[in-house]
Ligand binder design. Structure first.
Ligand code: ADP
Length: 388
């Protein structure tokens, strides 16, 4: 019956969706259940999180592509998912579980939304850290309807206790959990409706092998090219009703670190600048000046990127330095450095991740304004440079 609420567009269940389930009848909100479980009761969880991050905000959601034909780039991934979605739909089955990995802001959440929409399914959005207790995961799973999509962001941050519950849920659509303690302990087997789990992570290496192996469809999202980001900027400008020249769009694209979320954020900053200092129309010159004002250089590196490079090149003589030491020196979260700063610096060849720690390349040191003699040592000793 939950399906009667479907409109052909995915229905996103966030915090308010949990409340919907609360008022729904058992048949609406829960799967068939073991006889000693009252459907839809006591299994509800606070772990369902609202969709959309603060970073994306109101405009971010407006800019999120709703169908694959609006989704720029990642062609191989999109083609493969499209075939899998069509095949599952034709068979009337739930799509196989999907794992999406890659740096933040590349469109993983967007793909999850599009899949749910194409499957005409409900999307339940949660995250690894939000599912703290086994009761959270049991609550969410037991409220999933047939072919619903459960999206778990930052899936690498699930606790192992919670992860264990997912194994049988993913494989056999069933969870076993224990209530009571000691002599009163009772194991309850709860059958679930077939559903699709979509996991998203920036750190696929941190996923345990048993969890990773349970995903039938695994995709890596890579950084976008300048041409693709130009299309993203042009599309977003249209939605925001901003006039932008082709050269203005590519100027923003060039400085977006290969990332659509950054492209959209920079477009909003340039839009403000063009509106306040000019006549609102964005060209290359306005784009360049607006982004310089934001501290974004011609390669798209911001203050933190440059500070990271400079610290590694100057304070640590080009490295090797541990990321925890760098985080302490920069007074930044280690995770921010690992997830946000380093992947792009690695991609453009400004740093290396070696077994001994991080090193700058001569190009990276030069960009930070530091001349580095170490580059020759590195090149002459390739054993030292094992990429992780
Ligand atoms: P992730 O989940 O990988 O961190 P999101 O899916 O939240 O990234 O994407 C961030 C924003 O970037 C989206 O709101 C959307 O506006 C934009 N975006 C991401 N991928 C694309 C794409 N392929 N085409 C157009 N816009 C995109």
């Amino acid at each position: 019956m939950a399906k009667t609420a479907r409109t052909g567009r995915e229905k996103i269940v966030g915090a308010s969706g949990a409340a919907d389930a609360e008022t729904g009848s058992p048949a609406e909100s829960g799967p068939e259940t073991a006889s000693d479980v009252t459907p839809g009761t006591a299994l509800r969880s606070p772990a369902i999180v609202p969709t959309g991050t603060a970073e994306d905000g109101r405009l971010g959601n407006a800019l999120r592509p709703r169908r694959f034909d609006e989704y720029v780039g990642q062609t191989a991934v999109v083609d493969s998912i499209t075939v899998a979605v069509m095949a599952a739909s034709q068979r009337g089955e739930a799509l196989d579980h999907v794992l999406l990995h890659g740096p933040p802001g590349l469109g993983k959440t967007t793909i999850a939304h599009i899949i749910a929409r194409e499957m005409e399914s409900r999307l339940v959005h949660t995250s690894g850290p939000a599912m703290e207790r086994p009761a959270d995961v049991v609550g969410i799973l037991s409220n999933l309807g047939e072919r619903d999509v459960l999206f778990i962001d930052e899936i690498h941050r699930l606790s192992s206790a919670v992860e264990e519950y997912l194994y049988s849920a993913m494989e056999d659509f069933r969870v076993d959990f224990t209530t009571g303690q000691g002599a009163f302990a009772k194991t309850i087997n709860l059958p679930l409706h077939p559903f699709t789990l979509i996991g998203s992570t920036t750190r696929v290496g941190m996923l345990s092998a048993p969890l990773r192996d349970r995903f039938g469809l695994v995709y890596h999202l890579d950084y976008y090219t300048e041409e693709q980001l130009t299309l993203v900027v042009q599309r977003s400008a249209k939605i925001l009703d901003v006039q932008i020249s082709d050269s203005g769009a590519s100027e923003i694209a060039r400085r977006s670190r290969g990332t659509p979320r950054i492209a959209n954020r920079l477009l909003r900053r340039v839009r403000d600048f063009a509106q306040v200092r000019h006549d609102g129309v964005i060209d290359a010159e306005i784009g360049k000046n607006a982004l310089l004002l934001e501290g974004v250089d011609h390669l798209g590196l911001d203050r933190l990127d440059r500070l990271y490079l400079e610290t590694l090149a100057r304070n640590y003589d080009g490295g090797p330095a541990g990321v925890n030491a760098l985080a302490a020196t920069l007074n930044e979260e280690q995770q921010t450095l690992e997830d946000v700063v380093e992947p792009y610096l690695l991609k453009i060849g400004f740093i290396l991740r070696t077994t001994q720690g991080r090193r700058t390349t001569p190009e990276g040191a030069k960009h930070a304004g530091v001349v580095q003699a170490l580059g020759t040592t590195l090149k002459s000793d390739p054993q030292q440079t094992r990429f992780l």
